[in-house]
Design a protein around this ligand. Structure first.
Ligand SMILES: C[S@@+](CC[C@H](N)C(=O)[O-])C[C@H]1O[C@@H](n2cnc3c(N)ncnc32)[C@H](O)[C@@H]1O
Length: 296
């Protein structure tokens, strides 16, 4: 099934990536387009979805702009249920997500000079059960909902960002981490532990990779939003797939997953709502032969 071409794309057709390193990007709402991907056809999924109420991606059907936290979590759990459907039975899903704070009563989020996309014309209200200034553990709310929905939750990896943005806060610590959750579709699954081993502390050998990853954020001047660093995506694809396998990113953005998949000789399918970001992704993966864009 996973070498088929001319798949039926919810009324349209798209060409399944057949060539090694080929990246196919679908332009549209992931909730509408993911249905075109056949069951059990993708080995590994890696994504960083829109965070709740943090960035305006400038498109009307964007996820992340729901005024209600429960609706946001449900939107993502629904998308990720489809991700589980398309994964092979031994497939894995790597989800990068950070927490947020309740707004403290402010109605909008100021534009951040260092990160132009970090501004919104509204701020979600404080969710029921939370107080102003509360840390909302969105990452864990989502992870546990995914687990309840059928995923095996296998690891919570801390992505520590040594170069995190400073915060002008006086009554709490500066947040310098996000989460990377490892989920599997089944109890037993493909996992190449050896491919991602790390140096022992005294440097005389290799040991199983630990759950705290220290990785600097990576600037992407073309995109006015945070892309995830290639160094975060690389171990996920290396452990979760073999060369020529198909990798999926349902929130493709500026295409970091595609770049890493290509570097590692995997095929990739990305889904992205904002056409401008796909153009950026195309530039970043310019050397990827046979890269395609199809309208949703
Ligand atoms: C955090 S960004 C992904 C960045 C990406 N990991 C990268 O490195 O470039 C989330 C992306 O989800 C996209 N998005 C939001 N809602 C969407 C939807 N309903 N369908 C498809 N993409 C959506 C946004 O446009 C944005 O590009």
């Amino acid at each position: 099934m996973n070498t088929a071409s001319d798949m039926h794309l919810c009324g349209k057709e798209f060409e399944w990536p057949t060539a090694n390193n080929q990246v196919v990007v679908l332009n549209g709402d992931t909730r509408e387009l993911i249905c075109a991907i056949p069951d059990n056809s993708v080995q590994c999924a890696v994504t960083s979805p829109p965070y709740w109420g943090v960035r305006d991606y400038g498109v009307s059907d964007q996820i992340g702009a729901e005024p209600d936290l429960t609706a946001y979590v449900k939107s993502l759990v629904d998308v990720f249920r489809e991700v589980r459907r398309v994964l092979t039975p031994d497939g894995t899903f790597w989800l990068n997500i950070g927490n947020t704070y309740s707004s403290g009563g402010r109605k909008w989020r100021d534009v951040d000079d260092k990160n132009k996309g970090r501004g919104m014309s509204y701020r979600p209200p404080t969710p029921e059960g939370f107080k102003k200034k509360d840390l909302i553990g969105v990452a864990w709310l989502l992870a546990l909902e995914c687990q309840r929905d059928g995923w095996y939750l296998r690891n919570d990896i801390i992505w520590y960002k040594p170069n995190c943005q400073p915060e002008s806060v006086k009554d709490r610590l500066t947040v310098a981490h996000e989460y990377l959750f490892l989920f599997s579709k089944s109890e037993r699954y493909y996992f190449d532990q050896d491919a991602i081993k790390q140096q022992t502390t005294n440097g005389d050998g290799l040991k199983n990779r630990r759950t705290v990853w220290s990785i600097n954020t990576e600037p992407c001047p073309e995109a006015h939003f945070a892309v995830f660093p290639k160094a975060l995506v690389r171990p996920c694809i290396m452990a979760g797939s073999c060369p020529n396998d198909v990798i999926l990113d349902p929130f493709y953005g500026a295409g970091t997953t595609g770049i890493v998949a290509k570097e590692l000789g995997r095929r990739c399918i990305g889904i992205e709502l904002n056409r401008e970001y796909i153009d950026i992704a195309q530039k970043r993966t310019a050397e990827v032969q046979g890269s395609l864009i199809l309208e949703g």
